[in-house]
Every structure is written in structure tokens, then in C-alpha cells.
Design a protein around this ligand. Structure first.
Ligand code: FAD
Length: 427
């Protein structure tokens, strides 16, 4: 008999809680990855850096496992099809994996668990992608926090009491396998991209100075670990250890990540609706032509266009600029935050449902801990503060001087205040 370890967003062999438990089970472990067609078929663009990233990581892990006389078995299909195949090919004792808190993933896991239990196979899932999950950091009455500052305070207090440890399984054994290749990218319908995977680790000098430079997009001094945390190629515990040693501000960013994950877990309705329901009365203009100009970076607002072009060309955008472009879309153009969120979801290499949704709702003003709606980012003032010498703007948008603004700032600001004000009166 064997046990399966099902990799999902935890693509690493070290400090992987579910994998450690599988290796300690006493059975040989068969590592499995499913190229899930329910997810991949939704991606219209087959040049997708994230799929390429996953593919590169799996290729490397497969080679590492060859050194143990084993490997990763990849499958292409739906989890339910794949587990039917697996259960007829191997004598499976149990399937191990790590928790995933997205509503679709929770539904998927429940259904796989049921399917397996009908075959007499156990399903074991563990906390791995966060330090604290679900209700572990809650108010004294047990209800979830919806404001970041008290959440972060409680998170840090909880850490003093519940230290985590790195999970190590020295004695476990993998299922012996002849060295095989994993599915090729083309076999799953995707193309090679310019993405280059390298083993992620926090850069000490960036993290130490994070609080000083993180807001200046031209300096490029953030860690770029978003994609690694998204796909679990780095352990969050390793990052938190590093943050505690070197920088409180960076630690807070990691806590924001967990804050939004627990929001999504407790309030899954935020996927489609505003956390503050009255914001769904806003009469969005939703002008498609203006949306297209925002997407392609031709609004005539230099910093907004620079950000969108950076995103379109690289799959990354600096956080400060993400805030500016998101506010511009919702407030200046009065386009529904869900449109912007969906565009980011398609383009961002580090796209993560909880962080993306949480931050978009924050920018639109409708989120759990959002800025008040009447605080409207002025792109020109933001540029003076954070890109004074126009270094970032020029890098991504060199012809900005020729552009004509899509709206007048003052007029757009007044229109936004009026429209938001009207919606909130209906409460
Ligand atoms: P660093 O600045 O070095 O921070 C380290 C890590 O902390 C990040 O990789 C991320 O995991 C976490 N983090 C940092 N800021 C936030 C935050 N505000 N909320 C949640 N986690 C955070 N982040 C995503 O990971 N995925 C997204 O889809 C995403 N969408 C966003 C959409 C908008 C409109 C905005 C304003 C922000 C979004 N962010 C998102 C948050 C933030 O912009 C990115 O995490 C950050 O820019 C990634 O750069 P980095 O990896 O260099 O992170």
C-alpha cells in the first residue's frame, strides 16, 4: 500500500507540513500533481507565466526526487477523474495534502474527500500556507477580525504563545519509480514564456531596508516573493522567521496576506460582492472604451499608464502603483472594482484570490478595512511623492508627455464623490 501526497500550492519538498505527515505515515509516499483542467481551461491565454512557473518547479522537484529513486507523477484532468485512475492503479491507503482556503478549492476538496471515502481511502489535509488560519486569530468572543490593526496585534500575541516549527521527515520513503519526465507544457496546451524560476529566498538587504524604500517604485526594492508565496515554493514560516529577525514592516505585509486569507475564509461572499453591501448600490459608469484604455495604459495619466504597461509587459506591478491604478479605475473612471480585479487576476504573476480581492475592495472603499471613500488618490500628487524624478514613469511610459488625460482630475473627483455619496445614502 502507498499514500499519495497531492501537491497544490505548496510546491516544495522542505518544510511542507502535509508532505512531512505523509512521510511519517509508515507507508511509501507517491508524490502527485494534477494539471487541473477545471482551472486551466479557464485561462484563455496559453502564454501564461504562472503555468510555466509551476511547470519549471515541478520539473526541478521531479529531478530532485529522481535522486531518491522516485519522482512526481503528473496528471492532466479533473481531480475526480485523476483520483479514479489513481485508485485503480495503486493500492492507496490515504491521500495527504495541505489546506487551501479559496471557496472553489474547499468545494473541490470536500468532493474529493467524499469520492475517496467511498473507496475506503482516507483524506488528510494540514495547515501549511499560513502561520495562523481560520479562527486561530480571533476576537475574544471567537468572531473574526475585520480590521487589520487589532488582527495584527492579536496575530503577534498568538505567535508568542504558539511557536511553529519547521517540519522535517528524515526517515520517510518515497515510492520507487523509474526516472520519467513530467507532462510537457505543450501536452497540457500551454506555451513556454520568459519566466525563469530560481529558488526563492528573502534578500537580506531588501528586507532590512523595506520600510525605507518599499514605496518608491523606481527603486524596485521589494522582495518579489509574491509568486513564491502563492505557489508555496517558499515556506511562509521561513519568511516569517526572516521578518521577525530583520523588519517589522515586512512582517506586517505577511500578516496582511493572512488577514485577507481569513477574510476570504470567513466571508466567501466577498468573491462577488462588496464586503460593505451598501457599496453595491454604486451606479458604476462601466464605460468599455475607457476600461480598454485603462487596461492598455493609455489613460493619459502618466503613472497610471506606466503601471498598466509594467503589468502587461512583465506580469508584475509595484504595490504603490497597484494602489494608484486601482483607485483611478474605481474613482476616476467609476468602473466596477470587479472589472479591475478580473484583469489583475488574468495578468499578475503573483495573483492570489484573497490578496487581490481584499486589495481591490480596499481601493474601491468597499472592503473590510478600506480607506474612506472620500479619500481619492490624486495621481499627480502621488507621482510627486513617490516618483518625483519620473524615473519609474519614464521606464514604462516613455512617451507620456504626448498623452491627453482621459478625464479631468477635479471633475472626476467630484463625480466620484457624488456617485459614491448617492449610493451610501440608500443604506
Ligand atoms: P513585498 O512587498 O516584498 O511583500 C512580501 C509579501 O507580503 C508579498 O509577496 C505578499 O505575499 C505579501 N503582501 C504584501 N503586501 C500585501 C498586501 N497589501 N496584501 C496581501 N499580501 C501582501 N498581492 C498578492 O500576493 N497577490 C495579488 O493578487 C495582489 N493583488 C493586489 C491588487 C491590488 C489592487 C493591490 C493594491 C495590491 C495587491 N497585492 C497582491 C498586494 C501587493 O501589491 C503585492 O503583494 C506586492 O506588490 C508583491 O510584491 P512583492 O512580492 O515584492 O512583495
Amino acid at each position: 500500500k502507498v499514500v499519495i501526497f497531492w501537491f497544490r500550492r505548496d510546491l516544495r519538498l522542505d518544510d511542507n507540513v502535509g508532505l512531512t505527515h505523509a512521510l511519517k505515515s509508515g507507508f511509501r509516499v507517491l508524490p502527485v500533481f494534477i494539471f487541473d483542467t477545471t482551472i486551466l481551461n479557464l485561462l484563455e491565454n496559453k502564454y501564461d507565466r504562472r503555468v510555466d512557473y509551476i511547470h519549471q518547479v515541478l520539473t526541478l522537484m521531479n529531478e530532485q526526487l529522481h535522486q531518491h529513486g522516485s519522482g512526481i507523477k503528473t496528471f492532466h484532468g479533473t481531480p475526480s477523474e485523476v483520483f479514479d485512475t489513481i485508485a485503480t492503479t495503486y493500492a492507496v491507503e490515504a491521500v495527504y495534502c495541505n489546506h487551501d482556503y479559496e471557496p472553489d478549492a474547499i468545494r473541490r476538496d470536500l468532493s474529493v474527500k467524499k469520492q475517496l471515502s467511498e473507496k475506503g481511502i482516507a483524506f488528510h489535509s494540514f495547515k501549511d500556507q499560513v502561520v495562523f488560519e481560520k479562527g486561530e486569530v480571533a476576537k475574544s468572543d471567537g468572531s473574526p477580525y475585520t480590521v487589520f490593526t487589532p488582527y495584527a496585534k492579536k496575530w503577534k500575541e498568538t505567535l508568542q504563545i504558539n511557536e511553529y516549527s519547521v517540519s522535517i521527515a528524515d526517515n520517510g520513503k518515497f515510492v520507487p519509480m523509474p526516472p520519467e519526465q513530467i507532462h510537457s507544457l505543450s501536452a497540457i496546451g500551454f506555451q513556454k514564456t520568459d519566466m525563469k524560476f530560481s529558488k526563492p529566498s528573502p534578500d537580506e538587504s531588501i528586507v532590512k531596508n523595506y520600510h525605507l524604500y518599499r514605496d518608491f517604485p523606481a527603486m524596485n526594492l521589494t522582495t518579489y516573493l509574491g509568486i513564491a508565496l502563492r505557489f508555496g515554493t517558499i515556506s511562509v514560516r521561513q519568511c516569517v522567521d526572516f521578518a521577525r529577525k530583520h523588519n517589522e514592516t515586512w512582517l506586517n505585509e505577511l500578516i496582511w496576506r493572512e488577514f485577507f486569507m481569513q477574510i476570504l475564509y470567513h466571508y466567501p461572499q466577498v468573491v462577488n460582492t462588496s464586503f460593505k453591501p451598501q457599496y453595491d448600490f454604486i451606479q458604476w459608469r462601466n464605460n468599455e472604451e475607457e476600461f480598454a484604455r485603462w487596461c492598455e495604459g493609455t489613460t493619459g495619466y502618466p503613472i497610471v499608464d506606466a503601471g498598466m504597461r509594467q503589468l502587461n509587459e512583465t506580469g508584475f506591478m509595484h504595490n504603490r502603483v497597484r494602489m494608484i491604478v486601482a483607485s483611478f479605475l474605481c474613482k476616476h473612471l467609476l468602473i466596477d472594482w470587479r472589472w479591475g480585479e478580473a484583469y489583475f487576476a488574468e495578468k499578475l504573476n503573483d495573483y492570489d484570490l484573497s490578496a487581490n480581492n481584499g486589495n481591490w475592495q480596499w481601493a474601491a472603499g468597499c472592503g473590510c478595512d478600506a480607506a474612506p471613500y472620500f479619500r481619492i488618490f490624486n495621481p499627480t500628487a502621488q507621482t510627486q511623492k513617490f516618483d518625483k524624478n519620473l524615473e519609474y514613469t519614464r521606464t514604462w511610459n516613455p512617451d507620456f508627455e504626448l498623452a491627453v488625460p482621459i478625464v479631468d482630475h477635479q471633475a472626476a473627483r467630484e463625480r466620484a464623490l457624488k456617485t459614491y455619496g448617492a449610493a451610501l445614502k440608500k443604506e
